[in-house]
Design a protein around this ligand. Structure first.
Ligand code: GLN
Length: 492
């Protein structure tokens, strides 16, 4: 078996038993990455850093001092600031930007012994559901079932493609409205968006600060539990990070869900949902019932407003966050003509540095925050957001432990197929994922089956706040019942 195909848990055990070295494991990932250029998953490679970290990990393993992720090679989404290493968030405006500091998440992962293989492709500033808004061009879905090149999803498309294709053992992602869960579902892997505040946002290039949350993307639920523990924890550098102890999420994976109440929200039965997704959903409910859970119909009456609410709040926050890219402080500055002043410098830099989707979001966000429209759009969206959150609180107060829903309204679509004439078509992809970001809740996507084309499909479990352990245990029970073992085309 090629070492790069291992799960994190398998590699951890093999490293500790000294059956494999961290350097060999890292080399096998670096070789796979080099042979998989066609996936366009890694956009900055850091083999020297990786091998240095792997050698240090081997020394710690030899000394019997091996923390949680000691020697485990990971990919890092380009949205995380990594000291001295290009961190562009998929945008031309950050071309050449090498941060002076390390994000809290990567600091924690490195302290836990992880190895960084490089930076992963993503939609520009994490705005998108297909990775097609990236300045590096789209990442490609490793599931190649015919001649069509498909999206790995977005915005964490590079992370999903890299993990699914065994280029790394796990990857970081971020999820503002689905960017961990949708790409996980499109590529047959697992991804969890934790409770808002569980993971520090310090050093994560901001999209929409009240929604952004980082999390792991991995081959199995167990790996997600292991990696999430390393990424989590209070950080004084992020005022929204929660001062709560981080439980051992892996220890929660008993697989025993007998007597647990799992809610099926009727509002998620939307028109036009493909029969295969509807069937996957009811099959998933049957699997959980078979494992001893009680399946209950529930109502989340405001869920139908989640998408328009999200597409007001997220652009509003983005327009404010992205004001800092002015050609003065970071990365790209447009070349100026004689006589151009500071206004022309801002305008030309922003017009040439931001891609069309980001420009659209900035304009929408500025509009909904403008004096004349603030109440009609932004304030109303904030009020609806509170109602959406309340729906979940009522369901949980009624004794529901987790909620089961589809992760996406389809399997992976072809590159260039979606949103070309109408951007809203792409936004509709997020119909099942944005709700829980608005409510701040944790959600996990688990691969459950293949559609008739042979593409993976995933289901989503939504948990109570701060109950990632229980949520992952439910995901573990679903993973075991589904027995999803299919792998994509081998690229290396
Ligand atoms: N697709 C959604 C958007 O474009 C979500 C992206 C994300 O979670 N970062 O905003």
């Amino acid at each position: 078996m090629n070492a790069n195909t291992m799960t994190i848990a398998q590699a951890r055990d093999a490293l500790r038993a000294r059956e494999i070295s961290a350097v060999d494991l890292t080399m096998s990932c670096l070789t796979a990455i080099d042979a998989s250029d066609a996936l366009n998953a890694f956009v900055h490679r850091t083999p020297e850093i990786a091998l240095d970290q792997a050698r240090a990990a081997d020394a710690r393993l030899a000394a019997g001092d091996a923390p949680g992720l000691c020697g485990i090679p990971l990919g890092i989404k380009d949205v995380f600031c990594t000291k001295g290493v290009a961190s562009q968030a998929g945008s031309n405006i950050l071309r050449g930007f090498k941060p002076e500091y390390e994000s809290t998440v990567t600091t924690k992962l490195f302290a836990d012994g992880a190895v960084m293989l490089g930076k992963l492709n993503m939609d520009e500033f994490a705005m998108g559901s297909s990775n097609e808004s990236s300045c590096y061009g789209p990442a490609v879905n490793p599931w190649k079932v015919d001649e069509v090149l498909r999206t790995p999803g977005g915005s964490s498309g590079g992370s999903a493609a890299a993990v699914a294709a065994d280029l790394c053992l796990g990857a970081t992602g971020t999820d503002t409205g689905g960017s961990i869960r949708q790409p996980a579902a499109f590529t047959g892997i697992t991804g969890i968006k934790p409770t808002y505040g569980r993971v520090s946002r310090w050093g994560v290039i901001a999209y929409a600060s009240s929604l952004d949350q980082a999390g792991p993307m991995t081959k199995t639920v167990r790996d997600a539990a292991i990696m999430l523990r390393s990424m989590s924890g209070h950080d004084p550098m992020d005022s929204t990070s929660a001062d709560l102890a981080v439980p051992d999420f892996e220890a929660a994976l008993t697989g025993d869900i007998r007597g647990q109440k799992i809610g099926i929200p009727r509002e998620y039965r939307i028109d036009g949902i493909p029969a295969e997704i509807a069937k996957l959903w009811s099959d998933g409910a049957d699997m959980l019932r078979g494992a001893g859970a009680q399946i209950v119909d529930i109502s989340l009456p405001h869920a139908k407003y989640a998408l328009p609410t999200y597409y007001v709040i997220a652009p509003a926050e983005a327009s404010s966050n992205l004001a800092r890219y002015d050609g003065v402080r970071y990365g790209h500055r447009a070349s100026l003509a004689a006589g151009d002043g500071i206004t022309e410098m801002y305008e030309k830099t922003r017009a040439s540095g931001f891609g069309p989707e980001v420009q659209r979001r900035i304009m929408v966000g500025t509009y909904v925050l403008s004096a004349g429209f603030y109440d009609a759009y932004y304030n109303r969206a904030r009020r609806v957001r509170a109602l959406i959150k309340r729906d979940f609180e009522l369901a949980f107060a009624d004794g529901i432990d987790t909620i089961l829903a589809p992760a996406t309204p389809s399997s992976a679509f072809g590159l260039g197929e979606m949103g070309a004439s109408d951007p809203v078509e792409m936004y509709l992809n997020d119909v099942f994922t944005v709700t829980l970001n608005l409510a701040g809740l944790p959600g996990v996507a688990v691969p459950v089956g293949l559609d008739k084309k042979g593409l993976p499909m995933g289901l989503q479990l939504i948990g109570q706040p701060w109950a990632e352990g229980a949520l992952l245990n439910h995901a573990y029970a679903l993973e075991r019942a589904a027995g999803f073992v299919s792998k994509p085309h081998k690229w290396w």
